[in-house]
Design a binder for this molecule. Structure first.
Ligand SMILES: Nc1nc2c(c(=O)[nH]1)N[C@H]1C(S)=C(S)[C@@H](COP(=O)(O)O)O[C@H]1N2
Ligand SMILES: [Mo]
Length: 219
């Protein structure tokens, strides 16, 4: 990354902190996913933007390592080869970024969050998944959203492997929450009893982040 690019990313991160203080894009409306396709304050875009903290790690699948555990019966440690042996599913969903853009009709392919949870066997007190990435990004996802049938540890979009810029080789896709929960380049998922742990959550963003309830900021 060049210096001007690094500055641009640093400025974006700072303005996003300001948005949480100012309540940017809040409409005060609630929308119903059954009847309204676009959540309040969102606009549809055609091309999928790239948004991150400016460091895009290079991880070939053969070097990818992943761990999961925490408040559950099992601990998991996968290589890329282990991951590629898991059952694959496809889901179609829309994505909604808290900066205001939405992209419709993404066909995702990967391992379901529900399958990961079935392997882990969470304890009853597990309420959040703390997700860590290779760029040291973190976020928290309520466990019921990890279990949601639309949630994937995704490797492909629209039949193509995820590019590095979009989080390949493996990223989380949690389409029913704002896209900052969909961590790119995932390396760890840890089940805990408390949320609000994460890069944006520590900077004023919501612990759940439901676009239909406009949970952009706050707890
Ligand atoms: N590892 C990692 N994951 C991340 C981020 C990041 O900086 N690092 N940014 C989040 C934010 S704020 C958004 S909007 C989406 C953007 O994903 P995209 O670049 O594929 O559109 O990734 C999310 N996941
Ligand atoms: Mo975002």
């Amino acid at each position: 990354m060049t210096v001007p690019e690094a500055d641009r990313w640093a400025r974006l991160a700072r303005s996003k902190e300001g948005w949480a203080r100012d309540g940017r894009l809040l409409t005060g409306r609630r929308a119903d996913p059954a009847t309204d396709r676009l959540p309040p304050g969102q606009r549809l875009v055609r091309d999928w933007p790239v948004l991150d903290l400016g460091t895009q790690p290079v991880i070939p699948m053969r070097e990818w390592r992943f761990a999961a555990g925490g408040l559950c019966a099992r601990t998991i440690s996968w290589t890329g080869a282990d991951f590629l042996k898991l059952p694959v599913v496809q889901t179609m969903s829309d994505i909604h970024c808290v900066t205001g853009w939405s992209v419709y009709d993404n066909l995702w392919q990967g391992v379901s969050g529900a399958h990961l949870l079935a392997l882990l066997r969470p304890r009853p007190e597990a309420r959040f998944a703390i997700v860590k990435s290779f760029d040291s990004y973190t976020t928290c996802v309520p466990i019921e959203h990890l279990a949601d049938p639309a949630t994937l540890l995704a490797t492909h979009r629209n039949g193509e492997p995820l590019t590095r810029a979009h989080g390949g080789p493996v990223r989380l896709i949690v389409p029913k929450l704002y896209l900052w929960k969909s961590a790119k380049w995932i390396r760890q998922i840890w089940l805990t009893d408390a949320g609000n742990v994460g890069y944006w959550e520590a900077r004023g963003y919501h612990r759940r982040g439901d676009p239909w309830a406009e949970e952009r900021y706050g707890r």
